[in-house]
Design a protein around this ligand. Structure first.
Ligand code: URA
Length: 429
């Protein structure tokens, strides 16, 4: 009987995998000695039986050990990061990164690309002409030292186990297990040298976490892993029934982030960015609590320092940022069929429409169109008359515009009465 078969049977029968078994599994996946069919069988056993807290931490440890780890201690300052569990229109990092740096803390992030109906920060940054997301490690460190902010693509050498396991999970219906998700998220944070993280768990129809109870479990597991590696993790739960803000699509979202940085923009984006900025500043070495952190972040938005820091960040990372010089693609409007109140805007459908317009990927190898996407004209709670504009789809050709508009139109639910509009920040701990 081979050892891997024993490990699969052990988990299948409901026993806990100890660190030795978890290490053997992860090492075998990475060195190729465990074939995909055995790895997939074990992943399915993990999903069906669930991972205990001890297994979650053991998996994270094995994943961190599967590759290189970045040592940012030469900076002699904590490097702060935030992770979002994935939302539609989530451009918070674009606001938060320069905002936190403008307040005197250090924000460093290794980020991923978008897949499916949610966008990725790297694709958004690359919609700025010239912006370089692939920086050698030394340059990443020097940039953090110089301007306190850098967002780059994750090095292939960090957590190779996650790339292999995530690709398998994606095609074997084994993504949805909180221990697997927490180990995947946190192993990358630990390996990339992050000192402290705020985890933004998106909750609602447009997110893979549908309710607060589930969000709390995921957050708890991420905190456990953080504790095991002495990396503090704070969590915030934010609503993702409707898209965040009005713009969904790479460059469209950068424009909206700029609006927030210059004191305008949608209230929900501003609120999430300020909430997380305050939490991060409280985790920094500035010696402030969240209340003082919030005051400092509000001041940096109000007096233009955050916007200036964004410009500097783009410049240093090679990007040419010229606000307002962006020419939108041809648009296809979606209008109100009958008068009423906008009761819901389905984030998942809007994300899909943006993806169809060319802003997102179906498979990892797809290219994204930096200028494509959706801009909402009406948001939840708004009263609308027949014929009013609900949203506009921007795409490079008429076929995409029509297909995306067909996905977008049913995203809007109209009602006779004004809906109760809930807060965007649902809780934190
Ligand atoms: N995001 C990750 O990085 N990993 C998961 O497993 C799920 C979401």
């Amino acid at each position: 009987m081979d050892v891997v078969n024993d490990i699969i049977a052990w988990k299948r029968d409901g026993h806990e995998l100890d660190a030795a078994r978890m290490d053997a599994f992860v090492a075998g996946v990475v060195d190729g000695s465990i074939p995909a069919y055995q790895a997939s069988a074990l992943l399915m056993a993990m999903v069906l039986r669930g991972l205990s807290d001890a297994e979650t931490v053991a998996l994270a440890r094995a994943m961190v050990a599967s590759g290189k780890t970045l040592d940012l201690s030469a900076l002699r300052r904590p490097v702060l990061d935030k992770h979002s569990s994935g939302g539609v229109g989530d451009k918070v990092t674009l606001v938060l990164a320069p905002l936190v740096a403008a307040c005197g803390a250090v924000f460093g992030k290794m980020s991923g690309r978008g897949l499916g109906h949610t966008g990725g920060t790297l694709d958004k940054l690359e919609s700025i002409p010239g912006f370089r997301v692939r920086l050698p490690q030394g340059e990443f460190l020097r940039q953090l030292e110089r301007i306190g902010v850098a967002v780059v693509s994750q090095s292939d050498r960090l957590v190779p186990a996650d790339r292999i396991l995530y690709a398998l999970r994606d095609v074997t219906a084994t993504v949805e297990e909180d221990g697997l998700i927490a180990a995947s998220i946190m192993s990358k944070k630990v390996a990339s040298g992050t000192s402290a993280v705020v985890l933004d768990v998106k909750v609602g129809r447009g997110a893979f976490v549908k309710d607060l109870e589930h969000a709390r479990d995921l957050a708890r597991r991420c905190r456990l892993i953080g504790e095991a590696f002495s990396r503090p993790v704070s969590c915030v739960y934010t609503a993702m029934d409707a898209p965040l803000g009005r713009a969904v699509g790479n460059r469209l979202e950068v424009e909206e982030a700029w609006d927030v940085l210059t004191g305008g923009g949608p209230d929900d984006v501003r609120e999430v960015a300020l909430t997380i900025a305050a939490m991060l500043l409280a985790l920094s070495d500035l010696g402030v609590d969240e209340g003082e952190g919030r005051r400092r972040a509000e001041a940096a938005l109000a007096d233009g320092r955050a916007a200036q820091h964004f410009e500097r960040w783009c410049y240093v990372q090679g990007g040419t940022w010229k606000p307002g010089e962006f020419h939108r693609l041809a648009g296809r409007e979606v209008r109100v069929p009958e008068a009423g109140f906008v009761a819901a805007v389905d984030a998942f459908a809007v994300g899909r429409a943006a993806q169809v317009s060319g802003a997102g990927r179906r498979t990892v190898d797809d290219a994204v169109d930096p200028a494509a996407g959706v801009v909402l004209a009406a948001v939840v709670g708004q009263e609308v008359a027949a014929g009013d504009l609900l949203a506009t789809v921007y795409a490079r050709d008429a076929g995409r515009r029509e297909r995306a508009a067909a996905v977008l139109a049913p995203a809007f639910t109209l009602a006779d009465e004004a809906p109760v509009v809930g807060p965007v920040v649902l809780g934190r701990e």
